[in-house]
Design a protein around this ligand. Structure first.
Ligand code: ATP
Ligand code: MG
Length: 345
């Protein structure tokens, strides 16, 4: 019942109702003007005929007079004016409605995504904080053996890492959006950087997933190390989050002609074709916040997309075989990879 009421008061419904009303009114007014014009024409013709009869003129002779031609011409020009002005009005109205409708939809979807973002960020902040508080309380109130203490502290460190990554992502997204992000360019051996990050990541989650890497050595870029690190962590984090126990996560880097190809693949749940473009939008997460089991803010791929484009690269999503997702990043390189610093941010 409440849901129906909410539907009735939805702004989009009122907008559609107004549009239908304005269109119907416009058509009605155009029709009314055409009828009035026709009535006026008939009245003028009748008056002219009555006037002519007084002087004994026949209807045929009246129709050949200049007065009659003037009435006909006035009628035709008025009709053309009403029809063309009506058509222009309806055209402008349709274009306006189309644009307003698009803006409305965008606004509603942004509202929805922001609501989802608030829900998810609250959870993302609350759970590691609660876990940290519990660890501190346990260490304060209980005498634990060193082994248990170490395990608790290790968990606490993981939680602080999670918080740190979340805050970093939020800051980076805000900077990218306000275009105030500054990147320090320096020659980077992307092979070493990726290998180190991948090894650290695979070590951390070696019990949960199967990890494979094929990283060509000595590939150099002129890029920002933090931006590249953020790219890599976000893609690996997604591969982990959206796959299951025992699935494979792989990282491949190779040069092909004048291009550098970097693939991060998983054999997880995959991304439906309709969502492949949308996942790069800010706050976009597949599915519904109430039913979704994985947590996140929907900022990771937005950041990845922005960073890749700043580095003049491109990113695309392919289906992995037999299942899962492949993120393919391509950057233009030129000449000898070990000698040149190819990417200009
Ligand atoms: P955050 O990265 O901010 O913590 P998130 O992971 O939900 O949150 P994104 O990284 O931007 O946000 O990803 C957007 C959405 O794309 C995810 O919610 C998920 O539905 C989908 N997605 C991303 N990577 C994968 C993947 N490897 N496999 C399947 N789905 C994915
Ligand atoms: Mg993510």
């Amino acid at each position: 019942m409440l849901k129906n009421l909410k539907h009735i008061f939805s702004p989009l419904l009122w907008f559609y109702a107004l549009v239908v009303y304005v269109f119907a009114m416009s058509v009605w007014w155009i029709n009314l003007h055409l009828r009035n014009n026709r009535d006026l024409y008939r009245l003028n013709v009748e008056l002219l005929e009555m006037e002519g009869e007084k002087y004994g003129k026949t209807p045929q002779t009246i129709r050949s007079t200049p007065q009659y031609a003037h009435i006909e011409q006035h009628f035709a020009s008025q009709r053309t004016m009403i029809l063309s002005e009506g058509a222009v009005f309806l055209l402008i109205l349709s274009l306006g409605v189309y644009r307003i409708h698009g803006a409305f939809k965008k606004e509603l979807s942004l509202n929805h995504q922001q609501r989802n973002f608030l829900l998810s960020i609250t959870h993302e902040l609350k759970s590691p904080l609660a876990a940290l508080k519990l660890v501190v309380q346990t260490l304060l109130n209980r005498q634990l053996d060193p082994e248990k203490q170490k395990k608790l502290l290790h968990n606490a460190l993981n939680d602080t890492d999670r918080l740190h990554e979340l805050v970093e992502n939020l800051l980076l997204a805000a900077k990218l959006e306000s275009q105030s992000a500054s990147f320090s360019l320096q020659p980077l051996c992307i092979s070493d950087l990726l290998q180190a990050l991948f090894d650290e990541f695979s070590e951390k989650y070696e019990n949960l997933r199967h990890f494979e890497s094929r990283i060509e050595t000595d590939v150099w870029l002129h890029a920002d190390p933090l931006a590249l690190q953020s790219l890599c962590i976000n893609l690996l984090d997604n591969a982990l989050k959206y796959s299951r126990q025992g699935d494979t996560i792989s990282c491949v880097l190779f040069t092909k002609g004048n291009e550098l190809h970097w693939e991060v693949a998983d054999s997880g749940i995959g991304i439906a074709a309709a969502d492949k473009k949308k996942v790069f939008e800010k706050f976009y997460r597949v599915g519904n916040e109430d039913t979704r089991s994985t947590k996140g803010t929907g900022l990771g791929l937005f950041i990845v997309h922005e960073l890749v484009h700043m580095m003049r690269g491109s990113i695309s999503i392919k289906d992995n075989k037999p299942r899962g997702t492949v993120f393919l990043l391509v950057f233009p390189v030129s000449g000898n990879t070990s000698a040149a610093y190819n990417i200009i941010v």
